[in-house]
Design a protein around this ligand. Structure first.
Ligand code: NAD
Length: 267
């Protein structure tokens, strides 16, 4: 059994850096014509050069997921260039935080506007194309925060819980057109969003203790899942959230197993 994505066309939002960048490079390495969008021009230029060096197919567009006019321009240009649009990965996101009592209204709006409304607007932009094709894959970045949020993450967690419910509703609405809609919960992957691996040792240990598979996630872990979800192998999966977080949501205190394993090793 093999994942075959050759010749498909994908848009990956916020793919100038971090997990999105890895998703874009991995899809492109599998023969997908990959359209990278982001708000950061310098990062777009860097990935453009990388695509050229590696001989990958695709293009790059400056596009804020909050700007529906721009989204429509980009989708129009993609369809004009490549004739079809098979995959949308709504990866773009921000994670500005703060305790509710001191949380600025602007910070709340930023999280909701980019993470949730941006996902909605991108979907609205591609759906007419996918409906015409009677096929498509929409894959949204949610988070384990949608289920088990951390203190100080009210805005982010609310936006990601919204993404999770939005995914289910949209999957229901697009079933008749053979378009699948799923989301994924990555974690904990050190990126410029969270700087997990640069935190003091004690903080890192505390975070790692919450994971069933006690290591940081890699961007590859997520990119591999995206390839599967985008492929024909996943054609009967829709309306669900797939956890790719090393078992972050599996049990209450995974550390207990590590303590027992250590004791067993000393027996
Ligand atoms: N890193 C993790 O452990 C983790 C955990 C759970 C969920 N996620 C989710 O995965 C996604 C990627 O996270 P990451 O860690 O790579 O973050 P990151 O900050 O490294 O990358 C986010 C990207 O989104 C882009 N972006 C921000 N606002 C945008 C906008 N308005 N329009 C278009 N692009 C915009 C940024 O320029 C950046 O390239 C996010 O949605 C995040 O919430 C990440």
């Amino acid at each position: 059994m093999q994942i075959d994505l050759q010749g498909k066309v994908a848009i990956v939002t916020g793919a100038g850096r971090g997990i999105g960048r890895e998703i874009a490079l991995t899809l492109a390495s599998e023969g997908v014509i990959t359209v990278v969008t982001d708000v950061n021009e310098a990062n777009l230029e860097a990935i453009k050069q990388e695509f050229e060096q590696l001989g990958y197919q695709g293009s790059q567009y400056l596009c804020d997921v909050r700007d529906f006019n721009r989204i429509q321009q980009v989708v129009g240009a993609v369809v004009e260039s490549y004739g079809h649009l098979d995959i949308l990965v709504n990866n773009a996101g921000v994670a500005a935080g703060g305790m509710v009592t001191s949380l600025q209204e602007e910070v709340w709006d930023l999280n909701l506007d980019i993470n949730l409304k941006g996902t909605f607007l991108m979907c609205k932009g591609v759906i007419p194309v996918m409906k015409r094709q009677r096929s498509g894959r929409i894959i949204n970045a949610a988070s384990f925060a949608a289920i088990v949020p951390s203190i100080g993450s009210a805005a982010y967690a609310s936006s990601k819980a919204g993404v999770s419910q939005f995914t289910r509703v949209l999957a229901g609405e697009l079933g008749p057109w053979n378009i699948t809609v799923n989301c994924y919960a990555p974690g904990m992957i050190p990126t410029d969003m969270n700087h997990f691996a640069e935190r003091p040792e004690k903080d890192q240990e505390r975070l790692l203790d919450t994971l069933t598979l006690r290591r940081w996630g890699s961007k590859d872990d997520v990119a591999n899942l995206i390839c599967f979800l985008a492929s024909d192998l996943a054609e009967y999966i829709t309306g669900t959230m797939i956890d790719v977080s090393g078992g972050k949501l599996a049990t209450q205190i995974p550390k207990v197993a590590y303590e027992r394993a250590e004791a067993e090793n000393h027996e």
